[in-house]
Structure formats: C-alpha cells, structure tokens
Design a protein around this ligand. Structure first.
Ligand code: ATP
Length: 216
C-alpha cells in the first residue's frame, strides 16, 4: 500500500447535487474525507445514501458538483483513483457458480494482486471449511463474507462500502469494525452506509454525514 500522509484529504465532495425522478436527494453537499477517517452516511430509506456512494466511487455522475481525489477531479485522474478505491456495493459481486476461493482468486487477479492466500483469508472471514463450496449454495451471510474477504488483502486506501454489515452476525460485525479501525489507523479511510449502530468505533473516530430526505 502506498504510504499515506495522515490527515491529508483523500476525497472531497464539492457542491454535489443529485436529482432522481425530479426529486432533489442532496443539494450542493460538500465535505472532505481525510486519511484516518471512518465516515458513516446516514439517512432513511430512499434518502440517497447509495446514490452518494456511487457518485463518490465515480460509478454515476452528479447533477452538478465534483468529486475530488487529491484535490483533482476524479475524471482527470481516473486510473489513479481506481487504483486507490475498493467499492463494495449492495450486490456483493460474488459469482454463484464459483467457489468461495475461486471468487476471491478471480477478484484479486482482476485487481492485479499477487501473493495472496485465499485459504487464509477465508479463514479470517469465518469460511474455513467452505473454500470449495459453490457460493450459490452458501447462506446470505456467508455469501456476503466471501465478498468482504477482498478487504483482507487490499492495496486500496479508500474503501467505499454499501451496507457491509447486511446479513452479518454479531461476531462478524465486531471483526469488521476492528478491520475498519485498523485500516483507518494505517491512514486509509472507510466510507460506509449502515442502518445499525457501530459499537466498537467510538464517536471520536466516526464522522457522520446526514442525508435528510424523509419519505414521510
Ligand atoms: N438510477 C436511478 N434512476 C432513478 N431513480 C433512482 C436511481 N437510483 C436511485 N433512484 C432513486 O433515488 C432514491 C434514493 O435511492 P438510494 O438507493 O440512493 O437510497 P438509499 O438512501 O441508499 O436507500 P436505502 O436505505 O433504502 O438503501 C430512491 O427513491 C430511488 O428510487
């Protein structure tokens, strides 16, 4: 992993506006995300959390405004940004016709990584003994754990995670929180959505961005 400068700004949202179906989800939203930050995007269902994460990841465009990486618009440094980014969306990107080990192997090779031990990582995510099981035959939580395994061998500084705790049991949530803290302490950042409270990550470490749209 590239050595990050602690407290340097990694990602900035500059006056982001997102409109869906003629509804303004957020308007001129601006914030900085620094190395060492763990940032939770909060808001009710439909508030625009996934929309914001997708814009931050460069997967969709805002109505107006810019996402900056190292103070440059991400469109002008796409490759550098992608190399620093790990995005896990709602759909975990796990192929059900591959085994858990094959899925990880496929993803790491796609990201250009070498020197990884899938068996070791599957052990870390609690899937020891399921290495050769087709992921289509795994439970929802085990499926999600297969996807999350990518976090254990990631060169990316910027993790953008859409509801990473979905279907994960209490012990798994604690392990993930520890992983996020370790990543932040190394100078990375984690930007995530979740509808549940995080217990391990104290209020000093956790920043919150509130999206206010309410369906009611
Ligand atoms: N590509 C799209 N085209 C049209 N509308 C969209 C699109 N993507 C999202 N929306 C709408 O934008 C609103 C916000 O969706 P989004 O998925 O960002 O919300 P969310 O805060 O992540 O919700 P949840 O907590 O339920 O996951 C929703 O009403 C959704 O229908």
């Amino acid at each position: 992993m590239a050595v990050p400068i602690i407290n340097s700004t990694l990602v900035s949202a500059a006056k982001l506006t997102c409109i869906r179906e003629e509804r303004i989800l957020f308007d001129e939203l601006s914030f900085d995300i620094n190395s060492g930050d763990i940032v939770q995007i909060e808001g009710p269902n439909g508030a625009g959390k996934t929309s914001l994460l997708r814009i931050l990841a460069g997967l969709s465009r805002p109505y107006s405004g810019t996402v900056l990486f190292n103070k440059k618009p991400i469109q002008s440094c796409r490759d550098d940004y992608q190399n620093q980014l790990l995005y896990l969306g709602h759909l975990p990107g796990v192929k059900s016709e591959l085994t858990a080990a094959e899925n990880l192997n496929f993803n790491f090779k796609l990201m250009g990584y070498s020197n990884f031990d899938c068996i070791d990582i599957l052990n870390e995510v609690g899937l020891s003994g399921f290495e050769d099981s087709l992921t289509g035959h795994l439970s929802a939580g085990q499926h999600r754990r297969t996807a999350l395994g990518r976090l254990w061998h990631s060169n990316a500084n910027i993790w953008i995670l859409d509801e990473p705790f979905t279907a994960i049991d209490k012990k798994g949530v604690i392990i993930l929180e520890q992983l996020f803290l370790a990543h932040a302490n190394r100078g990375g950042c984690v930007i995530l959505t979740t509808h549940q409270d995080m217990n391990l990550i104290d209020h000093h470490s956790l920043k919150k961005i509130q999206l206010d749209y309410s369906l009611i």
